[in-house]
Structures are given as C-alpha cells and as structure tokens.
Design a protein around this ligand. Sequence first.
Ligand SMILES: Cc1cc2nc3c(=O)[nH]c(=O)nc-3n(C[C@H](O)[C@H](O)[C@H](O)COP(=O)(O)OP(=O)(O)OC[C@H]3O[C@@H](n4cnc5c(N)ncnc54)[C@H](O)[C@@H]3O)c2cc1C
Length: 331
Amino acid sequence: MAEPTGILVLGEINKGNLHPTVLELLAAGKTLARGLSQKLSLGLAGPSLDQPAKDGIAHGADTIYTATHQLLEQPHLDLLLAAWTQICRTANPAVILIARTTAGRDLAPRLAARLNVGLAQDCLEVKLDDSTKRLVAHRPIYGGNAVAAVSPKGTPQIAAVRPKAYDPLPADPSRHGETINVAVNLDPSMAKTKLVQRNEEQTGGVRLDTARIVISGGRGLGGPEPFKKLDEIAKILGAAVGASRAAVDAGWVPPAMQVGLTGKTITPELYITVAISGASQHMAGCSGAKVLVAINKDADANIFKEARYGVVGDWQKILPSFTETLRELVK
Ligand SMILES: Cc1cc2nc3c(=O)[nH]c(=O)nc-3n(C[C@H](O)[C@H](O)[C@H](O)COP(=O)(O)OP(=O)(O)OC[C@H]3O[C@@H](n4cnc5c(N)ncnc54)[C@H](O)[C@@H]3O)c2cc1C
C-alpha cells in the first residue's frame, strides 16, 4: 500500500451546506498541509454534494472526496461512519481532522477503532512536531486546569478539534481543485438505530455560539428572574445570553445556554459576565473572547485575572445604570 500522505478533513453537511466547523478545520488543515508540503483534502458524504464541494475548494481544499448516496439524506451516524471509513481508505491520509461536534464526538472514536489507530479528543490546537513531522494536539485535561500535548499512535493520526478553535480562511472562488467520487455501498440494515423524532432548539434571539457579543449570568444572580435583566441588555447590544453551569444546574436557564468545558465554546468580540466567579471550567469555553468585562462583588474572584475591564460591586446596584448608559450610547 502507498505511503499515507496529506491531511484529510472529514466534513459534516448541515441542510445541504458545509457545517461551519468544516471551514475552521480547513484553516487548521491548511497550516498542517503546508508544514508537510502535502495536499489538503476534504471528505464529504451526503445525498447531493456539488455546492459543498465547491465551497470546500474555495476555502482551501485541494481535493474533495465525495461519497454521494440518497440514504445519507437523513442524518444517520452508522451510515455516515461507513461512508467516512470508505473515504479514509480511498484517500489514505497521514492526518484526519474531525470537528468535535455532537456527531463528531460519536463518530471520531468509532472511526479510529475501525482504522485501528489512536485518537486525540477535544483538541484546542493541532501542530506538527518539528523533528518527526507527526501530529501533536493540545487538549485540556483535569477539568480544564491543564493542557496536554498528545500525539495519537498509528497512521492516520486522528484529531477531533473543538469548534471555534480556528478562524476560517476567507473564501477564494477562483481556486480550483479535483473531485474524486468514492463508491459506497450503503444499506438501510447497516443502521443500528432509528431516528424517531427531531426537535430543533428554538432560539428566539442571537445564537450563542456565533454571537459577536455575549452576556452571561452566574450563581451570584440568585435565581432565574435576574436573567430578564441580562435579556434586556442583550436586546440593546444585539447580544446572546449565556450562563455558568451553576446557573444551569440550578434550573434557572436551559442547558443550551451553558458556556464552558461541558457547555458551549464561544469566541465573541465582547464577553460580559455578571456574578460569575471565573472557574477554569467556565473559562475553558470563553478563552477565545477578545474582550472580557466582569461584574462581581468579590475583588479576589478569579474572573478578574482574565478580564480586561472589571467592576467590583453588587450587580443589583451596577446593572440599572449600566443598562441605561448602554441605551443612551446606542441611540
Ligand atoms: C468536569 C466539570 C465540568 C464543568 N463544566 C463547566 C462548564 O462548562 N461551565 C461552567 O460555567 N462551569 C462548569 N463547571 C463548574 C465550575 O467548576 C463552577 O462550579 C461554576 O462555573 C461556577 O459557576 P458560577 O461562577 O456561576 O458560581 P460561583 O462559583 O458560585 O460564583 C458566583 C460568583 O458570583 C459572585 N456574586 C455573588 N453575589 C453577587 C452579587 N450580588 N453581585 C455581584 N457578584 C456576586 C460571587 O462573588 C462569585 O464570584 C464544571 C465543573 C466540573 C467539575
């Protein structure tokens, strides 16, 4: 068998288009491919892949491997896994990048098992070792209190990369690439589970994971009612509202609003925290925020070590004038 070569991104399709994480992985993969002087490929599986393939090339892929099959119309992980495995065997890459989305968390370990190789999970960064040119991935350990550098065993090396860890490259529609069709034999009996119902989360306002501004509340708010005050500020700023796990665990807000290690990763330009202590597990989900503003009554709270601007005081006294000032400023 030929020597494994190149970087392969396995891309998810969402409603007929590339999932946003694919563009992030292509940016990460491009740097690795340059470091190896090898090609960057994108593997796609779905019922119709013409547009996603074009978008993949515009965003940096040199080659697209397409596994087109009508049974992939419904999101079915067993069938997607079979298609991805076939793409990997055809492409024979040195490195595979997968997004650690809900589907990616399920698919990455199963793919690694099928290919009989190791996997680096939940990676914040992927690099090449200077001397061996093997993949080295940085991933949080001990609940986000430390970062480990790991190099998955075997080839291909697989890394599941956390969403939002990389910024997409700008699209270049003038780029050209090659598309290779991969034949896949899929059969409905390969699906070990059945999709019974799909409930789409209804987000009234701005999406937390893509918002430019986020304001989050913590346990120090004392209950669900004060989150309405955060909603008010969010409306003025066009922001999304998030929460710490303590606020979610207390049942004040839904789990979809949780920011952190076991919640959403956010990378807003402005992140405002209200009555959040700044535990490492919370910070693990917002370390990509450009500017952090913290309101907390405890001057020694960890959040102030991370914040660019801090207000020490009781949120009940600070928020009314803060809200009014913002209202005036955006008029
Ligand atoms: C494996 C694991 C995963 C985890 N994942 C996450 C995660 O994804 N996200 C997450 O957030 N946490 C996570 N946690 C929990 C984390 O360790 C903290 O317990 C949690 O973040 C604390 O939330 P908090 O800051 O709201 O509450 P607290 O730590 O209780 O802090 C409340 C803050 O409010 C301040 N305060 C109180 N009253 C006022 C007032 N009137 N005005 C102003 N300030 C006030 C206090 O000074 C304090 O700093 C995880 C923990 C573990 C072990």
